[in-house]
Every structure is written in structure tokens, then in C-alpha cells.
Unconditional design. Structure first.
Length: 445
């Protein structure tokens, strides 16, 4: 199970900048305007040799002045309740202010490990002011500059030292593990019941009805399948609103346990922003996926074709994903789900021989020249499939920085056109190989 690390602090102290720095990519929106981050943003991150789920939160106000501030406070509270470690971020230029002291009190009551990080320490003069933050009561404050990448190694070491020991949930089956994920009230529990053919889960129209973990073994056509219903692993705290935000963290943990995610959406709402976040995460952690458009019976027949095209367009960044239009209530499309998931599971076990992969990729590169930056062009020396589940390909190249996203997509599409890999993400790893001298033999592209 991947631990959760949440970045918490008041508005405009640099939480999103720190999030992007630790994630090593621009995921969160960064602006010099307080309140830019309203929803929690998450990413799968390598932290000191450990994989974590990193969460960025909106600016916390203990005494909200507006309904939006109240919602942000509730969302941050959910992040705190689900976190294993909290990074409490403050701004050295502001010094210790009342809002920081109030947040510190809230974090102490959470009884979670808290790392005190003082941001925007861009010079030695500002570094001398870091000691003022001892008074917040979280031990030695760390001087960092998220923008300039100062102090990141110390911060990562401190976070890693407080992470819980890796835990593993025993699985009763060696077959496929399927996580049923999605926003509240899209019909996940009813879908589980329809798949199982019995009332295994509680079904209700109230979001967040399910409270307990509902891992279930399904025997299907000689296969044992573990079904993970994310509608409800027990909540640590009672939160009556913003269940959607709470459920996303639980969904991330379930996705990490699974081989394949069944992402359930509501046909009447098509794909929402939250659905897209979950789908993006499924791709980011290289899982298989089936998109289940539930409540399709409520969609007027004259609108179905148009809506189906719209859903495909919204999911065009994952064109390999099968889409099933279903009604858990009436059993429509349910019989397609498990066969599709098993097919994806088999595709994730596919292993191509080294000569086949190497020859194919070099042929693809010869047909479409690799990208060039200035006078330097990407050269591919060797390619092999290193792992299955997920299918992982190692590219030995002259400079990994020369690979572009469009070219990586081109190589992926060519692999899929020839070898399938239906329904599953592929992992490409580019490693640097020293350029051979003119006296050495070897293929280059």
C-alpha cells in the first residue's frame, strides 16, 4: 500500500510549487494569487526510494469567510485524515502569523507525523529567520525554497523517515485484481452486485453509503478474480460533505492494489473533471482500465450516439481503453465487463522476445525519424521488454532528454497496432547509453 503525504498550509505559501517540484512535473496550477488551488491534486511520486501518493491542498483558513473557503477547509480536513505524513508549509517572508498558529493546532490534534517546512528561503539573510518557526512546536523547521529547489534532499529524507513501513494486503487469489472506482453515487455498489449476481454490497441512492471494505472473490469460467469495491473502506472521520474528494484517495489506494480498474461514470453526467483525474492516475501508474458508463438506460436513445462520441473524445488520451455502456439496475452490458477485464489481464502478461522488440522499434524509427534538438538527434541503440504486468520496455538511447511526448506516443501506437496490448497502459523507460566511438560496431538509428 502506498503511503499518502499531504502538503498543508494557508493560501499562497507555495504549496503547489512544492508539489510540482516533488512530482518533478507541472501537475498543480501555480499562480501568484491566493486560493488558486481549490480541489486537492494528487500524483504518484518517488520519494527517497519509496513510492507515495502526494496530495496538494487548497489554502486552509481555520475560520472560513465564504462558502468556497468552507469547502476548501473540508477538503483539506479530508486530506489530513487520510494522510500518513503531513508537510506543514509556511512562508519565511511572512514570519509566524496567527493563521499558522491556528493550523498548527489543527495538525497537532490530528496526531499525524508533521514535517515543518519553511518555504521561500532564497538567501542566507532569510535563513536566519527560520528559527522563529520553532514556536509552532514541530521540532526543527526545514529551510527550503520550492522554486529554487533548495533543501529538497533534507525534506525528502525527513518525509521518508516518517513513512510507515511497507504493508502488503494478502491476496487470496493469483488471478486478476479488479478495482471498481469512480465518484460517489455513480452505481459502483450496484454494479458489484450485478456482477456477483447477489446482494453482496449495500446499495442506496445516498453518496457514501458503503462503509466497509468489500473485497470479494469471484469465480468466473475457471478464473479466480479479486473484486475491490472502493465505495467504502471505513472512514477514519465523519465528514458529511465533499465525499467526492474523500473517495478519490481511497480510489487511488485501490487502484494501486489492482491490475485493472473498472472506472464507473454516470451516463447522465458523461465524464466529469474528477473522472478524468482518476483516469489519468490509472494511466500514470500503468494499470489496465475498462470504462463503464453506467445508467445508460436513462440516456434518451436519440442522444446515445452523440454522447458516445463525446465520451470517446474526452478519453482520447487513452484510446486503448474499452468502453462498456451498461445499466447495473437492469443488468444491461454487465456480462461484457468480466470478459473484457480478463482479456486485458492476459494482455498485461504478454512477453515479446528481445530480437522481435528491438527489430520492430528500429524499423518504426527508420520509418519516422526520431526527434532532433539543435544538431543532436535521438539515437536508439537497443530495446527490450523487461517486465510484464505492466508491459515494460527499456530503451537504450544516446540522450533520454531528446525523447518527446509525441514521438513516445508514436512508438506506443506502433507497438499496439502490431502486438495489441489491449486495454492496458505501457511503461517506457529511456536509459542513457554512451555513444559508441567510430571504431566500435553497433547499430544506430
Amino acid at each position: 500500500m502506498k503511503p499518502v503525504v499531504a502538503i498543508v498550509g494557508r493560501a499562497n505559501v507555495g504549496k503547489s510549487t512544492l508539489f510540482n517540484r516533488l512530482a518533478a512535473k507541472p501537475v498543480a496550477i501555480v499562480e501568484g494569487i491566493s486560493g488558486t488551488t481549490r480541489d486537492r491534486v494528487f500524483a504518484d511520486v518517488q520519494c527517497g526510494g519509496r513510492e507515495i501518493i502526494l496530495i496538494d491542498t487548497g489554502g486552509l483558513e481555520i475560520k472560513p469567510n465564504s462558502s468556497l473557503d468552507q469547502k476548501i477547509k473540508q477538503q483539506v480536513g479530508l486530506a489530513i485524515s487520510e494522510a500518513d505524513v503531513i508537510i506543514f508549509l509556511v512562508d519565511v517572508r511572512d514570519g509566524v502569523i496567527a493563521a499558522d498558529q491556528e493550523i498548527a493546532g489543527l495538525l497537532r490534534s490530528s496526531q499525524k507525523p508533521v514535517i515543518m517546512a519553511v518555504n521561500k528561503v532564497d538567501n542566507l539573510k532569510l535563513e536566519s529567520q527560520v528559527a522563529d518557526f520553532y514556536q509552532l512546536g514541530f521540532g526543527t523547521p526545514l529551510a527550503i525554497s520550492a522554486y529554487h529547489a533548495r533543501g529538497m534532499n533534507d525534506l525528502i529524507r525527513n518525509v521518508t523517515s516518517h513513512l510507515p513501513q511497507p504493508s502488503f494486503i494478502p491476496t487470496k487469489t493469483r488471478g486478476a485484481k479488479l478495482a471498481i472506482v469512480g465518484r460517489p453515487n455513480v452505481g459502483k455498489s450496484m454494479l458489484l452486485n450485478a456482477i456477483l449476481g447477489e446482494d453482496r454490497a449495500i446499495v442506496d441512492d445516498v453518496p457514501g453509503t458503503t462503509r466497509d471494505a468489500l473485497d470479494t472473490i469471484l469465480r468466473y469460467d475457471g478464473h479466480e478474480i479479486l473484486l475491490i469495491d472502493t465505495a467504502g473502506i471505513r472512514r477514519r472521520t465523519r465528514v458529511d460533505t465533499n465525499v467526492e474528494y474523500y473517495s478519490s484517495i481511497r480510489a487511488l489506494r485501490a487502484i494501486n492494489r489492482a491490475d485493472i480498474a473498472l472506472l464507473v461514470i454516470d451516463a447522465s453526467e458523461l465524464i466529469t473533471a474528477q473522472d478524468m483525474r482518476i483516469a489519468s492516475y490509472i494511466r500514470e501508474v500503468f494499470k489496465g482500465m475498462v470504462l463503464v458508463v453506467n445508467k445508460w438506460d436513462l440516456m434518451p436513445r436519440e442522444r446515445r450516439e452523440m454522447c458516445a462520441q463525446q465520451i470517446k473524445q474526452q478519453l482520447n488520451f487513452m484510446p486503448y481503453v474499452p468502453i462498456i455502456y451498461a445499466s447495473a439496475k437492469f443488468g444491461q452490458g454487465i456480462n461484457e465487463i468480466i470478459p473484457q477485464a480478463l482479456r486485458i489481464f492476459q494482455e498485461r502478461q504478454k512477453q515479446l522476445s528481445d530480437p522481435v522488440v528491438d527489430t520492430f522499434i528500429k524499423g518504426a524509427a527508420a520509418a519516422h525519424k526520431p526527434p532532433q534538438v539543435g544538431s543532436k538527434r535521438l539515437k536508439i541503440f537497443h530495446v527490450h521488454q523487461a517486465e510484464v504486468d505492466p508491459p515494460t520496455f527499456i530503451f537504450s538511447v544516446n540522450d533520454p532528454h531528446l525523447i518527446s511526448t509525441p514521438y513516445e506516443r508514436y512508438l506506443e501506437n506502433r507497438l499496439r497496432q502490431t502486438f495489441g496490448f489491449y486495454g492496458t497502459a505501457l511503461r517506457f523507460i529511456f536509459t542513457k547509453t554512451p555513444v559508441r566511438t567510430s571504431g566500435e560496431r553497433g547499430d544506430k538509428i
